[in-house]
Design a protein around this ligand. Structure first.
Ligand SMILES: C[S@@+](CC[C@H](N)C(=O)[O-])C[C@H]1O[C@@H](n2cnc3c(N)ncnc32)[C@H](O)[C@@H]1O
Length: 455
């Protein structure tokens, strides 16, 4: 038998046992992700979540650890990818137990993330890790200029960082505001007042309100209005009189969101084997929302988490209403080129609220222009929006931009690459891209990139 050692870097003078243990140590360091992340620290006292497996997740876990390794108590509170920190269960392990519909592991749909099935939302866990990497804390501000349904703001608010979201679609401003306000809900009072026996009347109220809302259709111009003010105006001037209108603003808005969620379920599922009546979806969702609201209330209380300030503004990422050098970090995901029609996707929502879509369409990144010029206009808007991000970032601050290279026509777009090229031209001093494979059906999107740009 050939006696050449397989691992020739094990010194030959070591005894057999020592050789074996040197081998295992070396091998362990090479193959165990925890050894790579923690280097020589006490591995037994730490554990990643069982479903942390993709390379970008391990990279983010390492980035989190490097940020917080000298403050393990803070790390336990803030980590997204560690289940155990210094021998104790992390806050994320407990927060992700407040499960929502369609939740996969610890990554998405926990807390109020799942309220309203907005297509194309972020995974909360990933956003939390990026906020950690950015190093934002108490008085810092995190910005999402393409806010969508508010994932960045929810994570920032739970972590204890202030946040601002900007979104061009008024319906999404309303959705995000309600999801965020729900984190502060006085659950016992809400559950005691809104009873199951009232649900048929509440459902009827929203059904009848549709006619009123349609009589007063509005074309809201995005002028940096606060979403809370829009919500108040909607209730005061567009909804009909009725007992629902007498509930506190946060409660009636939450009921509205449950109704809109049912409307979306009904619209998308009516011709499938999951079809149910609109009213049944409303009742089912009400019970599911109640379960989440109870879990959120109890868990935040147990962890002494006081949701931090957030602001949702109806405005444009092309003209961010913030001062230069004012935000610590940006986490955002612009429309993925011209591939998704966000107005068509949420038409049922916009129509119900009586929001006219012509103006909205003309202002949305990715929807401007006719066929041939669409991609060109998209590119111009992306350039403008990244310049704006650069302007509002504090020096040394990071912008994390999540973007997919989708297929348009038969061609894969390469905007991620383009943005890495633009970064130094705009003034960023560092730029890095992490690749996230998209597993599963949607062939037009194979990879998403997390672009990290430093001012
Ligand atoms: C990929 S989605 C963001 C989803 C979000 N990350 C979430 O978790 O819900 C992109 C969003 O950009 C918004 N948008 C498009 N043009 C915009 C503009 N000019 N200013 C601000 N938001 C815009 C769209 O309405 C859409 O909600």
């Amino acid at each position: 038998m050939d006696s050449t050692p397989l691992f020739s870097f094990v010194p030959s003078e070591l005894s057999e046992n020592k050789k074996r243990s040197a081998l295992t140590n070396t091998l362990e360091k090479q193959v165990n992700p925890l050894s790579w992340i923690l280097e020589d620290n006490n591995k037994e006292a730490f554990a990643l979540f069982e479903d942390t497996g993709q390379i970008y997740e391990l990279q983010l876990a390492k980035m989190e650890y490097e940020t917080f390794k000298r403050s393990l108590n803070l790390f336990k509170k803030r980590t997204a990818y560690f289940k155990i920190v210094n021998g104790e269960l992390s806050h994320h392990a407990l927060l992700a137990q407040v499960k929502g519909k369609g939740q996969i592991g610890h990554t998405n749909q926990y807390l109020t993330h799942w309220f309203y099935p907005y297509k194309g939302k972020f995974h909360g866990q990933m956003i939390k890790a990026i906020i950690n990497f950015i190093g934002a804390s108490d008085n810092d501000v995190v910005l999402d200029p393409f806010m969508g349904s508010g994932t960045t703001l929810i994570e920032a608010t739970i972590i204890g960082t202030q946040s601002v979201g900007i979104e061009i679609n008024p319906a999404l401003c309303i959705v995000a505001q309600i999801k965020l306000d729900a984190l502060n809900l006085d659950y016992p009072a809400f559950a005691q007042t809104i009873k199951t026996k009232d649900l048929p009347h509440i459902f009827q109220y929203f059904q009848q309100a549709r006619k009123h809302l349609n009589k007063k259709r509005w074309q809201i111009e995005a002028q940096n209005q606060d979403a809370k003010t829009i919500l108040k105006t909607l209730w005061e001037e567009h909804f009909p009189e009725g007992f629902v209108k007498d509930y506190p603003l946060e409660w009636k808005s939450l009921l509205l969101l449950i109704y809109l969620h049912a409307l979306s379920d009904y619209t998308y599922l009516k011709n499938t084997n999951k079809a149910k009546s609109f009213e049944t979806f409303f009742y089912l969702n009400f019970n599911d929302y109640l379960r989440t609201l109870k879990g959120t209330y109890e868990t935040l209380k147990a962890l002494h988490i006081q949701p931090k300030n957030y602001k949702v503004l109806l405005g444009s990422a092309l003209n961010i209403p913030l001062k230069a050098n004012s935000v610590k970090g940006i986490i955002t995901s612009p429309p993925y080129s011209i591939a998704l029609d966000y107005v068509r996707n949420d038409l049922h929502l916009l129509n119900y609220l009586g929001i006219d879509t012509a103006k909205l369409r003309s202002e949305m990144v990715g929807l401007k222009g006719s066929k041939a010029e669409k991609l060109k206009k998209y590119e111009e808007d992306m350039w403008k929006s990244i310049q704006e991000m650069y302007r509002v970032l504090k020096p040394e601050g990071w912008a994390a931009i999540v973007l997919g290279d989708v297929v348009v026509g038969n061609k894969r777009t390469n905007f991620c690459e383009k943005m890495l090229q633009w970064a130094p031209q705009i003034g960023f001093v560092d730029a890095y891209a992490m690749k996230r494979p998209i597993l599963g059906g949607f062939a037009r999107l194979r990879y998403e990139y997390i672009l990290l740009l430093q001012k």
